[in-house]
Design a protein around this ligand. Structure first.
Ligand code: ATP
Ligand code: MG
Length: 332
């Protein structure tokens, strides 16, 4: 039997090139061989957007459009909405007993996200415990492979700890540990040079950006402040344009020689930006075109079918979990 893969995204905005290179490309490649589930994590998105449910609701459809536009095929992958699978939240409650508050507080992903988000002083219980809810998502489908960006590795570790503890405490082997799968770029930098391109930092190139917006973002990228004249030697490290060329420019040999030329002096920022703009326009042209052709009604249909299918599987796992814990079973 082929391995099961679970991935997902929070519907807090359209998907960006970080998603594409960090995990969407892998998902498209995996869908032919694996049993793939893709979750639109609207409940998780509420954990830091509880006061803006309209944003979350509207982006469920947009994220699904991004999936279809990059080539995820709903005939091969089950795409579903987290909030339509209430079994996930019952699993979360059982798992909350299996992890300490200090373990959650020490989680490097959560710590970094807290600094980035608005509630640094008063983190809600919902946000602190999202890795537990993610453990429920992964285990409900018995996923063994989870394509994620590098920032999510510590969260997958928490999930595996919960799995081991559950199996040990309840003397069972029903829950499976999962392996994280990184894309060839684990973490794409923001166009502002920040460590991570992200929806909420608004420093990303979105796959749906029209061509003029894309161009404007590329030309605004941070390069090397000391590279003033074309003849000046320039820094490649920390240079956002090179980070994006590393991720998206196919001709790696030419890239090596461009870097050498830039370091020596004699290669202008505008030439590089024009190369990157062309590369990204070529990548995104067909994606944007496909996106335009997808109707909202088609998306809702796909999500309704996928959620129905996903729910059946989660229901089965929940039955096994309740039995393993030994909860009272009275026919109703
Ligand atoms: P938000 O700002 O709302 O947290 P986000 O841009 O971080 O949004 P998520 O929906 O949280 O996106 O992440 C979905 C998946 O995409 C995760 O597996 C995450 O690791 C991956 N991902 C997000 N941003 C990047 C990036 N810049 N580089 C590589 N992977 C990324
Ligand atoms: Mg995020």
């Amino acid at each position: 039997m082929s391995k099961t893969v679970l991935t997902g995204d929070r519907p807090t905005g359209h998907l960006h090139l970080g998603h594409y290179i960090g995990s969407l490309k892998n998902r498209v490649a995996l869908q032919d061989e694996y049993n793939c589930f893709i979750m639109i994590a609207d409940v998780q998105a509420l954990s830091d957007n509880f006061d803006n449910p309209e944003k979350v609701r509207a982006n469920v459809v947009e994220v699904c459009k991004d999936y279809l536009a990059v080539g995820i095929n709903p005939e091969k992958c089950t795409i579903f909405i987290q909030s339509l699978i209430p079994e996930l939240f019952e699993l979360t409650v059982y798992y909350l007993n299996l992890v300490s508050v200090s373990r959650l507080e020490r989680n490097p992903t959560v710590k970094a996200e807290l600094q980035q988000k608005s509630f640094s002083e008063s983190v809600t219980a919902g946000f602190l415990t999202y890795p537990v809810s993610q453990a429920a998502d992964i285990t409900a489908f018995k996923a063994q492979l989870v394509p994620v960006g590098e920032d999510q590795l510590p969260v997958i570790e928490v999930s595996n700890e919960i799995v081991r503890r559950f199996n040990r405490v309840y003397k069972t082997d029903i829950l499976l540990e999962a392996e994280a799968m990184l894309g060839n770029v684990g973490r794409l930098v923001g166009i502002d040079g920040k460590a991570k391109a992200s929806k909420s930092l608004n420093n990303a190139i979105f796959m749906s950006d029209p061509s003029d917006v894309l161009k404007q973002k590329v030309y605004s990228m941070y390069t090397d402040p000391n590279h003033v004249k074309m003849s000046d030697p320039g820094m490649v490290e920390g240079n956002v344009v090179f980070a994006y060329l590393d991720a998206f420019y196919e001709d790696k040999e030419e890239l090596v020689s461009l870097k050498a030329q830039y370091r020596k002096g004699g290669l202008g920022d505008t030439t590089l930006k024009s190369l990157l703009n062309g590369t990204l326009q070529n990548l995104l042209d067909p994606i944007r075109e496909k996106r335009e052709s997808i109707s909202g009604a088609t998306v809702l249909d796909i999500l309704a079918n996928g959620s129905k299918k996903a729910r059946k599987i989660a229901q089965q796992t929940l039955l096994e979990v309740r039995e393993a814990i030994g909860l009272i079973d009275i026919a109703q």
